[in-house]
Design a protein around this ligand. Structure first.
Ligand code: SF4
Ligand code: MG
Length: 343
């Protein structure tokens, strides 16, 4: 498979006053060229940190302690991201150019005291080596492409002059303006109303089809996953518990956590505003991990004397499929999906 990124056994630790947190604990997955990989998990699963690790954009208290992030700008060429100084020139040249980010809160990605043009034009000019006029034209063309009316005029507007949905469109324009190979979208629609969410998702899918870009989509929303993903990575407490194609994950889920997530979602394609319903129990504190399998206190299939003692291995099931459970083959009763609630 033609992979743009390979993440292998990635471990990221956080230093806190209460001790070390293993925020990302041996994560492995690949991002194929021109495809969308979704990382799905509840908050605290390490999905955002995993995304930020791809460009080593971590908070100063966090560090990649093991594993590899390999970037293949073209087939046959490899850049080992972990070997680059996180503040050095080579990685800064990749950020925004080869890989860009879209976050949940567009206000955080934009400077409030500069116009959209003041933020887009220098970036385009630097990365694409264009003169001011050409860069300005490209900025306006990108705003037009994401559906901002009167784009040339709006380059003179400040972020607060846009609605939330329009602001997220501006961020998408900014993120795509230098023709990146990968966009990392971290819960990009969570703060938006349902209709705007749907429009933004459609826009990202269209832009991907036009430009052949890869997307790493980080979300807790399985409705979004069903809509955009080609491959799915399910995370729990810093570990990948299941990995597979979107069809495998939705039609033949093997991990009890994946099954529990799916049980709470109306049928595939039934709606975009479906959220993960609560799974019994709580996500354990990273300071107080359960012994054995991280999921055993909440697992309907847990085997006493096994799951509460020994951490399960990551079992490869062929292709890019894997399941971290002692029973990947045994647990296969049909998923009981909740009926779509009457609206
Ligand atoms: Fe459940 Fe045991 Fe599998 Fe963990 S290893 S998910 S507790 S069955
Ligand atoms: Mg997050």
């Amino acid at each position: 498979q033609d992979l743009l990124f390979e993440v292998e056994n990635l471990k990221v630790h956080f230093a806190t006053d209460d001790g070390l947190v293993r925020a990302v604990d041996g994560v492995t997955f690949g991002i194929p060229r021109a495809k969308t990989v979704c990382i799905v998990g509840e908050s605290g699963s390490g999905k955002s940190i995993t995304g930020r690790s791809l460009m080593n954009l971590l908070p100063h208290t966090a560090r990649i302690v093991d594993g590899h992030v390999l970037y293949h700008p073209e087939p046959g060429r490899t850049i080992d991201i972990g070997k680059l100084d996180p503040r050095g020139k080579p990685i800064r040249a990749l950020r925004g150019k080869d890989v860009s980010f879209i976050s949940q809160e567009p206000m955080a990605a934009l400077s409030p005291v500069h116009t959209i043009g003041q933020q887009m034009v220098p970036v385009i000019s630097r990365h694409l080596k264009l003169g001011r006029r050409e860069a300005t034209e490209r900025a306006a063309a990108m705003l037009a492409r994401v559906g901002i009316p009167k784009p040339a005029e709006r380059l003179g507007s400040y972020p607060f002059e846009f609605s939330g949905g329009m602001r997220q469109r501006v961020c998408i324009a900014l993120a795509l303006s230098c023709r990146p190979k990968l966009v990392i979208a971290d819960e990009p629609t969570t703060a938006l109303d349902v209709t705007t969410q749907a429009n933004i998702i459609d826009l990202l899918v269209e832009l991907q089809e036009e430009s052949g870009l890869s997307i790493l989509f980080i979300t807790h929303d399985l409705g979004v996953v069903a809509e955009v993903a080609s491959d799915v990575v399910v995370m729990y407490l810093g570990k990948v518990v299941e990995r597979g194609s979107v069809e495998e994950i939705f039609h033949d889920p093997r991990h009890p956590y994946t099954r529990a997530l799916l049980r709470s979602v109306p049928r595939l394609g039934a709606g975009r505003d479906t959220r993960l319903a609560a799974i019994r129990g709580m996500v354990p504190s990273p300071f107080d991990r359960p012994k054995g399998c991280d999921f055993h206190p909440r697992c309907d299939f847990a085997i006493a004397g096994t799951c509460d003692v020994t951490a399960p291995p990551d079992v490869a099931l062929g292709g890019s499929r894997s399941v971290r459970c002692v029973l990947p083959e045994a647990i296969r009763p049909p998923v009981q999906r909740a009926e779509t609630p009457p609206s």
